[in-house]
Structure formats: C-alpha cells, structure tokens
Design a protein around this ligand. Structure first.
Ligand code: NAD
Length: 361
C-alpha cells in the first residue's frame, strides 16, 4: 500500500463543499490503485482569520510544507473585504506559493463535447481543444526591480516596472513545460516577444537550449500577440504553452474562457521539489451560492486528478477520474452553473456521487 500525505485546505464559501467531493473521489480511486491518501484538514483564508486572527497560521504552513501535496478550495468573501491587505484571506495563497517555492502555474483548458455550447466561440473552432498553459509565477514584470512611481521635477510622474529573468529561472520553467508536454501530447509552444523584448530573446535562447534535453518533445515558438490571436482562431493547434508571468496571466485567462465554464477548470502550482505542489480550482469562493449545496465540484475533482498525475505519477488513476467526469456529463448530469435544457440538474453532492458511481463506487 502506497501512502501520500495531503494537506487539505477547504477555505471559505463553497470551498468546504467542493473539496469534500474531491476528497471522496481521491479516496475511491486510491483504493483501486492500492494507494492511501492521508488527508489532514486545516483552516485557511477567512476561516483562519475568524479562528486565529490571520489567514495562514504557522501550524498550517508547517502542515503544507510537510505534506506531499496541498489541495485547496478557495478563499475570501465579503465578510473579510474591509480588512487590511496584509491580513486578507488571499494573503494565505501568496504566502503558501512563496513558502512552497511554487514557480509554475499549470492551467489546462479542455473542451467537453457535452458543454461545447457554453463557449462563446463556434463549436467547429473549439471542438477537441485540450491545451495547457504553463505560466512562470514568481519572476518577470510583477516582481522585477526597479519598480514604482516617482515624482519628476516638472510635476509629472514616472512609473516603472522591470521585466527580469535569469538563465536559471528560465531553465526551470522550461523544464516544467517540457516535462508536462511529455505527459501529454509532446508538443511545447514557447511564447515570447523576442522581436522586441531583450528579456524574452534570452527566454527563447534558453528554452531552445533546454529543449536539447527533450528530443521527444516538439518545440515551437510564437510571439505573444500572435498567440493571443491563435488561441481564438485555431486553439486546437496547441498542446502545452510555456510563457513568462505577465503573458501567462493574460493567456491563461483567455484560454480558460474558451471553455466558458468556470466551475470546470482545475489548476496546479508546482516547483522544483516534487513534494511541493498546490492544486486548486481556478474559480473563487463563490459567496453568492455558498451553503446552498449547488456548487459545481468538477474543477476541484479535476484538480485532484492533476495532483495524481503531476505529484504522484499516477497517470492511469488521473485519466480514470477525467474519464468518469466526461461520462457523467455525457449522461446529462449538470450542476446549476452548467445547466442546459433537457438535462438533469444535480446538487454538489449528487455530482460527486455521480462521478463516484462512474468509478464503480
Ligand atoms: P468566483 O469565482 O468566486 O465567482 C464568480 C461567479 O462564478 C459567481 O457567480 C459564482 O457563483 C460562480 N462560480 C464560481 N465557482 C463556481 C462553482 N464551482 N460552481 C458554480 N458556480 C461557480 O469569483 P468572485 O465572485 O469574483 O470572487 C468571490 C470571492 O472569491 C472573492 O472574495 C475573491 O477574492 C475570491 N477569489 C478567490 C480565489 C482563490 O481562492 N483562488 C480566486 C478568485 C476569487
């Protein structure tokens, strides 16, 4: 029997509801593969502020650092919006990412045939889309120095941000891109603006060098402006996209909206250390529907599937979960957010149960 320790941080709003269903699915799949997931649950975000006065306690950070992976629901809500930024629920996520050394954000965007109408794009454009954006998370414009706004002698102001990347920073994110591509369709598109920005000229050079270690992965390059067009013109051409922080922020949101359904999209944040990773849905805590039992747990269930693939090398188990989700949709089960005429409306718990049933439970 294999064992993995998972820190489970449900957070706020719909967090506890959706994480509860994902945990059931993980445990059921674990049994099939003689693997035990030992879940240690703890408070984070607003729930932690209410109990301990801060969004992330040292104990919970220690728990996350000592686990094989973290499963997170979502944090935040109107109750904590008036608080100072330094103790807002979202601070917990930033602190966790920093302390766990998570420099790569993985966001898949997959179109389910059954939900093709949820997209704003034409079905013939998005049918079969299955891509993943790897975004660098800790460097580039958002962190580079010098930064800030200064007053000039003539009374005007000057704002500065700096896009900085070093060779090691590019190498490590490129490696994530290649490794992820290896687990998928073996195609990697590196996105830069090497025709204008020297930083990304270096980016391209380093990615090409790292690519020599991955002859089985087909590497291509694309300028970011072209990529933003290609994502809506012909998104099927992409398997894995790897890009720097700011470009990735924008492109991953654009890619996720190809699908049109926020309750379906998982994400992973990973680092160099195999035992440090955090998995969470891309949506927030949805305070408007919290406690009503109608949240869609699929994004969180698919986040758990990503955990199995990327943290525990359980590809087959991960595919099993994805297959079960597809079949549940094909059977016509829908939570309120993805409801369509003629389909069967189910609650959060019922959706979880439907996935479990597909897994033979
Ligand atoms: P949100 O993603 O929580 O909700 C946007 C809309 O989508 C809402 O109408 C909500 O009901 C719906 N929705 C989201 N997830 C759903 C699901 N699984 N099933 C069904 N419907 C779903 O974004 P928001 O309303 O802008 O933010 C609410 C709170 O969440 C804020 O406090 C925000 O700061 C926080 N937030 C947290 C994270 C995170 O924890 N990673 C991310 C984004 C927002």
């Amino acid at each position: 029997m294999k064992r993995f320790n998972v820190a489970v941080l449900p957070g706020d709003g719909i967090g506890p509801e959706i994480v509860g269903e994902a945990l059931k699915v993980m445990k059921a799949v674990g049994k099939k593969f003689s693997t035990e997931f030992v879940a240690a649950e703890a408070l984070v975000g607003g729930a932690s502020i209410d109990a301990y006065g801060k969004p992330l306690t040292d104990e919970v950070l220690k728990l996350a650092l000592g686990s094989d992976a973290v499963l997170l629901g979502a944090v935040g809500g109107p109750k904590w919006e008036g608080l100072d930024y330094s103790i807002r629920p979202e601070r917990a996520l930033l602190a966790l990412r920093k302390e766990l050394g998570l420099f790569a954000n993985l966001r898949p965007a997959k179109i389910y045939d059954e939900l093709i109408d949820a997209s704003t794009l034409k079905p013939e454009v998005i049918e079969g889309v299955d891509l993943l954006v790897v975004r660098e998370l800790t460097g580039g414009l958002y962190f580079g120095t010098p930064k800030g706004v200064e007053k000039l002698p003539d009374g005007t102001e000057r704002g500065v941000n700096t896009m900085v990347y070093t060779t090691p920073e590019i190498e490590r994110i490129a490696r994530v891109g290649f490794e992820v591509a290896r687990k998928r369709g073996k195609k990697l598109c590196s996105v830069d603006k090497a025709n204008v920005l020297e930083t990304t000229e270096l980016w391209r050079k380093v990615v090409i060098n790292v690519g020599k270690e991955y002859p089985d992965v087909e590497l291509s390059h694309m300028y970011v402006d072209n990529c933003s067009m290609q994502l809506i013109r012909n998104p099927r051409q992409f398997d894995v996209i790897v890009t720097e922080n700011t470009f990735g922020d924008i492109l991953s949101d654009e890619a996720s909206m190809l699908t049109g359904s926020i309750g379906m999209l998982p994400s992973a944040s990973i680092g160099s250390d195999k035992n440090r990773a955090m998995y969470e849905p891309i949506h927030g805590s949805a305070p408007d529907i919290a406690g009503k039992g109608i949240a869609n747990p699929i994004a969180t269930i698919l986040s758990a599937a990503m955990m199995l693939k990327y943290s525990f090398d359980m590809n087959e188990a991960s595919d099993l979960i994805e297959g079960a989700v597809e079949r549940v949709l094909a059977r016509g089960f829908r939570t309120a957010d993805i409801m369509q005429p003629g389909k069967t409306r189910v609650s959060c718990v019922e959706m979880g149960a439907a996935v479990l049933k597909e897994l033979g439970n």
